[in-house]
Design a protein around this ligand. Structure first.
Ligand SMILES: [Zn+2]
Length: 613
């Protein structure tokens, strides 16, 4: 695989009055947290970042979304040849660097802003880690700067597996051509302060989350004569990675349930990301091991996957899927993903619609010690924050490649809210000490999430009939349709894009799904059940989701094939529904939007046809 590793980096600020400031770009060693002093701890850097130097005046660009840059242009802020200073949060970090590059900027510095830490901040009187639950001021967020929404995986082998003899393409479509560095909030303050009074003050920029919680004005700059000099040196290399795969053969080997979690971390600790998920995977495999020891065999084959190189851009899972796609297309029923099992108490579930019912009903069977209560279920805890809405899958973890090859998928975990201890995501303090002191003392959340994933996997692997409700797909698509219609109507230019064919396709799907669920009910209430009928129904449940994928992929991003959900082009993490149409309406390419009404409708009709009896 193509990967790169940090060799050296530096950053300095020079002011017109001759003073200079050189941040350390390192995280503090803490006596209380022994991973912070580990001899081969990982420096702060960006995976897939560009080797280069840049020296220029700089501009604060907010969260670095396309709309932020549009606003800066409208304000007349010069961008060409400058260095971008962007806060984390919102879009995937690689897209911040991409947008800076596309606006002619020559480097990017990405900082954590305590304004994204909710109410648990030093300003609100909380002590910083390790003395309290607020953010350690020196913490700095590593992470990949790949252009994730174009395609994930090894950037040199788009759409096919990366092997020693694979042909290689240029990486410049999906990795930056300008250097980037991460920095902590404590060390970014002098940089932001240098812009105070120059350009447009933050409160007049009028953009979402532009002004953060630091004691500066978040002015755009540039400040004449105030310059950043930065250097980023990476070792670009081809190296092996290791996916570890375990298989429990089922009695029906043409039906396969996959359960996956990544194993790589940005730091020596990684207690939450990914090791809380890996701990759950280990416990899950022990549970299935205990069942196997009794002579049990699951109905469906269970494949346990421990992915490598997820953090660089879902590399291990993407290349593995690209290698085994013929078999997966034949046999995969669902893919269950767990990444950060827990970084706080609030459960979070995103899934394709046919999995909603089983995902929700399984939550009701798990005791979850939510915020000290002893008798609440996982469902109670989930419901109180989600109001009963299962999330839509965007991207940001290993389910992505499965989903975009038409495999039903679910992703689960739990996170902290605005009043919970601050999770030090991708920093040196995502550590065992943090987890046992603040994140999940007693590992009670770990235990419940482990029980949940195991029980869910058990049902999916072993129920006589795959526990899907395809009517939920209709209900969800009707909601997405209403949302798309709203987008079109609110946008005068796109008013004549006719999405009625998509509405009609959803009606056809509705009819097929309703008839299918009726047949499924009668088959399951027949005793003894007729094995041939059950097989036919199970295969339809396994296969129908493939219909939603479009061979050529979404406009400009062949990898992303799903016509119902995709990560937003300029968000990377957050999803967009009916993406082929929605994104073209927003970008104003109405001819392409119309074409995608057709392609999306055909996807929905193909899925309906597979369900047809
Ligand atoms: Zn992760």
């Amino acid at each position: 695989m193509f990967l790169n590793y940090p060799v050296s980096h530096s950053l300095s600020l020079s002011l017109p009055n001759g003073t200079t400031y050189t941040p350390s770009l390192t995280e503090e060693v803490l006596a209380e947290d022994d991973t912070s002093s580990y001899p081969n701890r990982v420096p702060t850097f960006h995976g897939y970042s560009f080797t280069g130097d840049a020296s220029a005046e700089f501009v604060y660009v907010g969260r670095g979304q396309q709309v932020d840059f549009q606003r800066l242009r409208a304000l007349g802020v010069p961008l060409e040849g400058k260095i971008a200073l962007s806060r984390y949060g919102g879009p995937f970090r690689g897209l911040k660097v991409k947008n800076a590059q596309e606006n002619g900027m020559i480097g990017a510095v990405l900082f954590i802003d305590p304004g994204d830490d909710g109410n648990v901040t030093e300003a609100n009187g909380y002590a910083a880690y390790p003395d309290g639950p607020a953010r350690n001021p020196s913490s700095s967020q590593r992470g990949s700067v790949q252009f994730l929404s174009t395609y994930p995986g090894d950037p040199t082998t788009p759409g096919y597996p990366s092997k020693p003899d694979s042909p290689r393409t240029s990486i410049s479509d999906v990795t930056p051509r300008i250097p980037s560095l991460p920095i902590s909030w404590a060390e970014v303050v002098p940089l932001l302060a240098a812009l105070d009074g120059w350009g447009t003050p933050g409160d007049e920029v009028n953009r979402t989350r532009w002004v953060g919680a630091l004691n500066v004005s978040y002015s755009t700059g540039p400040a004449p004569g105030a310059t950043i000099s930065m250097s980023n040196v990476m070792n670009d290399t081809f190296t092996s990675i290791w996916n570890t795969i375990g298989i429990i053969n089922g009695t029906s080997q043409d039906e396969v349930i996959l359960i996956g979690n990544h194993r790589d971390a940005w730091i020596v600790g990684g207690a939450a990301d990914p090791n809380s998920g890996s701990a759950v995977m280990v416990e899950l495999s022990k549970a299935f091991g205990a069942l196997l020891a009794t002579g049990w065999q699951p109905k469906r084959t269970i494949v346990l996957c421990s992915w490598d190189a997820e953090e660089y851009g879902l590399v291990g899972s993407t290349e593995w899927v690209e290698e085994y796609i013929p078999w997966l297309t034949e046999a995969a029923v669902s893919y269950l993903n767990i990444d950060i099992a827990t970084s706080g108490p609030i459960p979070d579930i995103s899934a394709t619609p046919e999995l909603h019912d089983i995902a929700i009903s399984t939550m009701k069977k798990i005791i979850y010690p939510y915020r000290g209560s002893t008798n609440s279920t996982l469902y109670d805890a989930w419901y109180s924050s989600s109001q009963g809405e299962v999330g839509v899958l965007g991207s940001g973890s290993d389910y992505t490649t499965f989903l975009h090859r038409g495999i039903s998928s679910i992703d689960m975990g739990s996170y902290g809210g605005p009043d919970d201890p601050v999770y030090h995501y991708h920093t040196g303090y995502d550590s065992y000490h943090w987890m046992t002191t603040f994140g999940d003392p007693g590992f009670v959340q770990h235990k419940a999430i482990g029980q949940y994933l195991t029980l869910l996997a058990y049902h999916l692997a072993n129920d006589e009939i795959v526990p899907y409700n395809v009517n939920t797909f209709t209900e969800e698509m009707r909601q997405y349709y209403v949302a798309l219609n709203r987008t079109i109507v609110s946008n005068e230019a796109s008013a004549e894009v006719d999405i009625a064919p998509l509405g009609e396709a959803i009606d056809v799907f509705d009819e097929a799904a309703t008839a299918f669920m009726t047949a499924l009910e009668s088959a399951s209430s027949t005793s003894p059940p007729d094995p041939e009928t059950i097989d036919v129904l199970n295969h339809k449940l396994r296969n129908f989701h493939r219909g939603f994928t479009s061979q050529g992929g979404l406009p400009g991003r062949e990898f992303y094939r799903h016509v119902v959900f995709a990560p937003g082009l300029d968000t990377g993490y957050a999803p967009v529904t009916f993406p082929g149409v929605t994104e073209q309406v927003i970008s104003g390419d109405l001819a392409l939007a119309r074409e995608w009404v057709g392609k999306t409708s055909r996807g929905v009709l193909r899925a309906a046809e597979v369900l047809g009896l």
